[in-house]
Design a protein around this ligand. Structure first.
Ligand SMILES: Nc1ncnc2c1ncn2[C@@H]1O[C@H](COP(=O)(O)OP(=O)(O)OP(=O)(O)O)[C@@H](O)[C@H]1O
Ligand SMILES: Nc1nc2c(c(=O)[nH]1)N=C(CO)CN2
Length: 199
């Protein structure tokens, strides 16, 4: 006899709960690769980018697998000369965090570096964007995947290409081709600077 069938306190688990638990198990046991873009154009830009890499590594369920070279870049999307130049880099991570939790962590790291949100594309101590999360494609404005501007930003594609020349931007094509289609102006690889991969 089924031992539960005579126990009135044991309710069947609703299918929706089983689905959620299964989905969580899949995430927990199955780390995903994600690409994070880092940018800074205020304060000590290199120190801030390194701090962000270290803070990401300090996140439970997240490992930084690669950090790109550092690029000095002209501010994109704003009046030329209206802001200081950026330092940009990308980090490739493996994580068991689902996308929404990764975004929360990214925003907490920005806040730790005193990021102030006022104007769109305004100058900032630190910007941490999720460029891509596994092959996920989503139009959710809270978390659009891949990042809605990634395909048109050489400051994202060039460092990503450096660490993964075969990379694909889900729904957009190869990073190599997307990068070739953009003028590489306003981007200088800073050979004299380096971000450390946390140990
Ligand atoms: N892939 C993504 N990565 C980070 N934030 C995202 C993403 N998709 C949507 N967002 C949303 O965008 C909002 C604004 O982000 P943020 O202030 O960093 O924009 P921004 O850096 O000024 O511009 P951009 O998003 O074009 O880089 C965030 O609150 C977040 O919810
Ligand atoms: N060069 C450069 N330009 C930008 C950057 C950035 O990181 N680098 N970030 C922006 C908003 O996320 C807007 N413009």
């Amino acid at each position: 006899m089924n031992p539960n069938s005579s126990d009135p306190t044991v309710q069947p688990v609703p299918a929706s709960v089983v689905e959620q638990v299964d989905a969580a198990d899949v995430t927990l046991s199955n780390p995903k690769t994600a690409v994070i873009s880092l940018g800074s154009n205020l304060g000590n830009r290199l120190e801030t980018l390194q701090g962000a890499v270290d803070a990401l590594e300090d996140t439970p369920g997240l490992r930084v697998k690669a950090v790109s070279p550092v690029y000095e870049t002209e501010p994109w999307g704003v009046e030329p000369g209206s802001q200081p130049s950026y330092f940009n880099a990308v980090a490739v991570i493996r994580t068991t965090l689902p996308p929404g939790s990764l975004l929360e962590r990214a925003q907490a790291v920005e806040e730790a570096f005193h990021r102030v949100r006022d104007e769109r594309w305004g100058p900032r101590t630190l910007d941490v964007d999720i460029v891509a999360y596994a092959g996920v494609v989503s139009a959710d404005p809270e978390l659009t995947l891949p990042h809605p501007h990634a395909h048109e930003r050489a400051f994202v594609l060039a460092p990503w290409h450096d660490v993964d020349p075969e990379a694909q931007l889900p729904g957009q094509g190869s990073v190599d081709e997307l990068l070739s289609a953009l003028a590489g102006d306003g981007l200088t690889r800073r050979e004299d600077l380096e971000l450390r991969l946390p140990e």
